[in-house]
Design a protein around this ligand. Structure first.
Ligand SMILES: O=CC(=O)O
Length: 328
């Protein structure tokens, strides 16, 4: 019996900085015939008819009208993460194409990154590492006092799956947990992590020692934290952002950090990424910056790919996708 042809999946590239991980290729190849953007662009359209799915890895390939127009049989786009702010969902839907993200895969590791940033800022880990490794600095740690997270108040803005995992972790650190979210979580879930709902973001900002941003970037959350919000925070508080750079008004943040309006910031995300080398954030001592490491672990990236495959196969069979995202 002839082997049935595998569906054709378009990926940006294999390996390299903007390609699917080489380690995932054998798994992807079990389910799909893989085509890279380079092969597609060089094929003089012969391949366009065959492509039924795209796996967007680290925002690539860029999905624009031109690409969508050139793929008449495209049915589904699977994104390798939770945030879909880089995808124009309305445009994609216009072409009758469905979109999926991978929220369950990323939640634990992204929450871990949030906790790591909070602890690193509170306990001056980066500075401590520099002191320890620099040949020119005097090694004198007994005056390097940090803040304690145990018993401190953590305000989580965005209580989706990542925010909830942060709350679970913070509970183990005996933190007082406040949260703000579009919708209040069920009472049993609040109780499970001892989280108190703040209907007004202002209340959370005024009371928290650490403010952790875990919202999706949407028109409603764009510049959610600006000058006014930063001024509401305690001067001893630290802002941690593991969501998306534009959720914070970066100019206002730089000014607040320079003027001591807040104590510090720990940012896994910025706008743009990477920041230009002369950006003022790079010069501030009270900022920790990491390069969008949120969900970057071996295990999570593999789970992301598995979640993408599951979504694509469901869509190609006409079934509901486990994590379909819709415009609005
Ligand atoms: O940035 C990571 C994600 O969107 O999951």
């Amino acid at each position: 019996m002839e082997k049935p042809e595998l569906p054709v999946l378009l990926v940006n590239e294999v390996g390299g900085t903007l390609g699917v991980l080489e380690a995932h290729v054998p798994y992807l190849k079990k389910h799909f015939h893989l085509i890279t953007m380079k092969e597609f662009l060089e094929s003089k359209d012969c391949l366009s008819i065959k492509i039924e799915a795209i796996y967007v890895w680290w925002h690539r390939p860029i999905i624009d009208r031109e690409l969508l127009k050139s793929l008449p049989n495209l049915k589904v786009i699977a994104n390798s993460g939770a945030g879909v702010d880089h995808l124009d969902l309305k445009l994609i839907a216009e072409f009758g194409v469905r979109t999926a993200n991978a929220p369950s895969a990323v939640s634990s590791s992204t929450a871990d990154t949030g906790m790591a940033l909070m602890l690193a800022a509170a306990r001056r880990l980066i500075e401590g590492c520099q002191v320890t490794t620099s040949p020119d600095t005097e090694y004198f740690p007994c005056n390097m006092l940090g803040d304690e997270v145990t018993g401190a108040t953590l305000g989580i803005i965005g209580m989706g799956s990542i925010g909830y995992k942060i709350a679970q972790r913070a509970r183990a650190f005996e933190m007082k947990i406040l949260y703000h979210n579009r919708n209040r979580r069920r009472e049993d879930e609040e109780l499970a992590v001892s989280a108190c709902y703040c209907g007004k973001i202002e209340d959370l900002l005024q009371q928290s020692d650490f403010v952790m941003l875990a919202v999706n970037l949407t028109p409603q959350t764009y510049n959610l934290i600006g000058e006014k919000e930063l001024k509401l925070m305690k001067p001893t508080a630290t802002l941690i952002n593991i969501s998306r750079g534009p959720v914070v008004d970066q100019e206002a943040l730089v000014e607040a950090l320079q003027a001591g309006v807040i104590k510090g910031a720990a940012l896994d995300v910025t706008y743009p990424e990477p920041l230009p080398r002369d950006h003022p954030l790079l010069k501030l001592k009270n900022v920790i910056l990491t390069p969008h490491l949120g969900s970057r672990t071996h295990k999570t990236t593999r789970m992301i790919t598995e979640e993408a495959v599951e979504n694509i196969l469901a869509a190609l069979c006409g079934f509901p996708m486990p994590s379909e995202v819709f415009p609005d």
